[in-house]
Design a protein around this ligand. Structure first.
Ligand code: OOG
Ligand code: NI
Length: 492
């Protein structure tokens, strides 16, 4: 049991358990709402257990398999900064912080986004539930529509009184007991439930849809229904094939990097948004039938977290392909694989060229570790020298001479270099997922000067800083390297 899960003296229910309960409840709700999601989960579990049993994935440097079947991310879309502020307080109860800023106006969508997720490794291990959270940018709309949209959004309450009072209690007392936590999960879940009754007239809905379908999805309903839940699969190509064989209508391709020996970042694909029946209020009070497309199912395969240099190379190789072919072209994956031949595909080169973040694991058997260390000449001086250099300047961990030392220690069986799993999202992939599920309507182009990043705007609404994922991976690498070296030096 990890220490966060020990009962505290206040008798608080652990935050990791509130998040786990919430993720399970959300998954259960979505299974009932969207039966295709259950089919997807079945195929994911089938593939994951096949691969875990066959040991085929050990080559990939994946070390977080224990959490694999728990793993999900979801997505919601909010209408205003006020809603974001409330939702941020709600996710705080679940131990989820805003990490990373995604400006979707680069894809002509009127939203920008952040991801709420656990940050510490131990918490991610307990339950890595994440929510991709987008917020409407009304300033990108024409002024007349802008005013109408703001009015409709301002007139709805997405969080119940009871939920709000539990959030406040958590904030005041720094925790909730088990009974309050269970009530909180129940109340919080309601926010993300699907409601087939639209709050706006069919005419206004159509007007919004013609501007952009995300806009219609955000404005028309009582609250921010969850629009997809994404399990993590170990072989996404196999999943794509099996889902297609079942006759499920998948989007054209797999977003992100190509299939590789050592997976990097994130690969995602989805089944198309369902066409669902909705009801509009009529001016006379009767209801009118309509349909709405928003909810879909997505699957992802996670790989190694890239450094800024690695991400730069990724973007360069991807953009080269996107200039030549479209993602929906039949030779897209082939072209992608060809372009990515320039991206090293073994752990040693990835680390040497500082394209990835990594951690160290040290042989746990002290006697065998000692025996191995004794065989290395001048090991004691070498370790204390690199420890000093890291103390002076932590970026030393990315220097080729340091990596050489690590590789020689790995060769001697003293340590093992492991890659950190990427815990975040891809701006281009996210835009691709958004767009592949938009079937009608237009796009919203930012006007001159408006495409400027507005991370600050989001932070003001959140009343906290959005964490920089790179800093987080770097800190984790550093901490793991220091701890590993310390363990070794204690034996010398
Ligand atoms: C969010 C799309 C982004 C992902 O996995 O990149 C996303 C949305 O459609 O609201 O979930
Ligand atoms: Ni997603």
């Amino acid at each position: 049991m990890n220490k966060d899960n020990m009962p505290t003296q206040n008798n608080f229910y652990p935050q990791n358990s509130i998040r786990s309960d919430f993720a399970i409840a959300m998954s259960q709700m979505y299974r009932e709402e969207v039966p295709l999601y259950q089919d997807l989960l079945d195929v994911v579990e089938e593939i994951n257990s096949e691969l875990i049993n066959s040991n085929e994935i050990s080559e990939e440097g994946i070390t977080d398999l224990s959490r694999i079947n728990l793993e999900r991310h979801g997505a919601i879309r909010l209408g205003s900064k006020e809603e974001l502020n409330l939702i941020s307080r709600l996710f705080n109860v679940l131990g989820m912080e805003p990490v990373g800023y995604y400006d979707l106006s680069i894809a002509d969508l009127p939203v920008h986004s952040t991801v709420f997720r656990p940050v510490k490794r131990d918490d991610l291990k307990e339950n890595p539930f994440r929510i991709f959270c987008s917020v409407l940018r009304p300033e990108l709309l024409d002024s007349e529509i802008q005013e109408k949209v703001k009015e409709v959004i301002a007139s709805r309450n997405i969080v119940s009184e009871k939920c709000l009072s539990l959030i406040t209690k958590f904030e005041e007392e720094s925790g909730l007991d088990e009974e309050d936590s269970k009530d909180f999960v129940k109340e919080a879940l309601e926010i993300f439930r699907w409601h087939k009754n639209a709050r706006i007239s069919k005419g206004f809905y159509k007007e919004l849809l013609s501007i952009n379908s995300l806009l219609a999805d955000i404005v028309a309903f009582k609250g921010p229904h969850i629009n997809h839940l994404t399990p993590r699969v170990l072989d996404i190509d196999l999943l794509y094939q099996r889902m297609s064989e079942k006759g499920i209508n998948m989007t054209a391709t797999i977003q992100g990097p190509p299939r590789r020996k050592i997976p990097i970042l994130l690969r995602q694909t989805s089944f198309r948004a369902l066409n669902e029946e909705i009801l509009f209020p009529d001016i006379e009070g009767s209801e009118l039938l309509g349909t709405h497309r928003a909810r879909f199912g997505e699957i992802e395969k996670r790989g190694a977290a890239l450094t800024p240099k690695g991400l730069g190379l990724y973007n360069e190789l991807l953009n080269k392909v996107l200039i030549e072919v479209k993602q929906s072209d039949s030779n897209y994956l082939e072209k992608l694989a060809e372009s990515f031949k320039a991206f090293p595909d073994d752990i040693e080169s990835l680390v040497k060229e500082t394209l990835v973040y990594f951690s160290l694991s040290v042989d746990e058997d002290t006697d065998s570790l000692k025996a191995k260390l004794e065989k290395i000449p001048q090991i004691s001086q070498q370790i204390s020298m690199i420890q000093n250099l890291i103390e002076k300047d932590s970026t030393y961990i990315f220097k080729p001479e340091f990596v050489e030392v690590l590789l020689s220690l790995q060769l001697a069986g003293v340590i093992k270099i492991e890659l950190l799993t990427y815990e975040d999202f891809l701006p281009v992939s996210a835009a691709g997922i958004f767009k592949s599920n938009i079937v009608e309507g237009g796009y919203v182009k930012a006007k001159d000067g408006q495409e400027l990043s507005s991370q600050e705007d989001l932070e003001k609404a959140l009343t906290k800083k959005i964490l920089d994922p790179f800093k987080d991976y770097e800190a984790e690498s550093l901490a793991s390297i220091k701890a590993g070296l310390e363990k070794i030096s204690n034996l010398l």
